[in-house]
Design a protein. Sequence first.
Length: 352
Amino acid sequence: MARQSLQLELAERPKAGIVPGKTFRVRQVPAPTEADLKDGQLLLETLYVSYDPAMRGWLDDRRSYVPPVQIGEVMRALTIARVLASKSSKAGPGDIVTATLGIREVGIMPEDQVEPASALPLGKSGGKVTDLLGVFGLTGMTAYFGMTKIGEPKAGETVVVSAAAGATGSVAAQIAKIAGARVIGTAGSDEKCRWLTEELGLDVALNYKDPDFRRKFKEATPKFIDVFFDNVGGEQLDMALGRANAFSRFVMCGGISQYNAESKSGPTRNFSNIITQRIKMQGFIVFDFAKEYPAAMAQIGRWLGEGKLKRKETIIKGGVAASEEAFKQLFEGGNIGKLMVEVKNPEEVSRL
């Protein structure tokens, strides 16, 4: 019997949040085989899928930095995969690679969209395979370039990172600490706040669900804010504008509080501070820095090896069928650090 492959397809565009059983459908299809390969292609099986806030934006039919996922298409996602068969010199059977294979068990990718794990500095830093989606993946690159190229923290400055217990925020906050800044992180639970201060070494961590959050935020920034790394938007962005120093830098990385909101809210109360405090607010897309990835990975690898950078993962078992649970955790703050779904354990032997 021919091998089958599960895949997650977009069934309808959400008006606000992802709706279980409606936004996506899981479908079983015949898996492609080695016979389907053309020159320069690889047959891959998915091991891990990365779940990132940006995925919500890919569902909207509007102009963005990448085309939207179309109805009926496999949901776009970054993956760690194993090569089952290859007609490429880039990687051979059994090799571990990263690729935007999407949320599916088996698929074919062109060689120019596949990156062998052997090309990344895992071994030198004591890294593990899942780091390919975390600190050595787009998550780590986003944190690195957002903080170093736009935030540019200096020793003694005050840096605030929203959603600091998330995949990107936790790395960005640690990079600011390495630079010698005083770092404040916001998160959605006391457990996350303890992790930020006790494990990552942040100076202050604030639970934004605390009734006294606004007062504590003000008290934690007596010298105001020099760098704000924003992953949340909405009220937290507005509060940061109210505490911004003159010539502060606002790194506009994400706005997860707004992605699923039916009515969007923005910084209204303190918007004029952008003018009066001469604030620089800059958005960015990590792909803009693609040529600099190798140098960034090397630096992150050194920090990992020296113990200056730590990471945490939330890995959900259950394969493609666990996708809705993963999205639920992602947008309800159920994860700490990098969120992934394990589709297949790398230790399992694969057969065509």
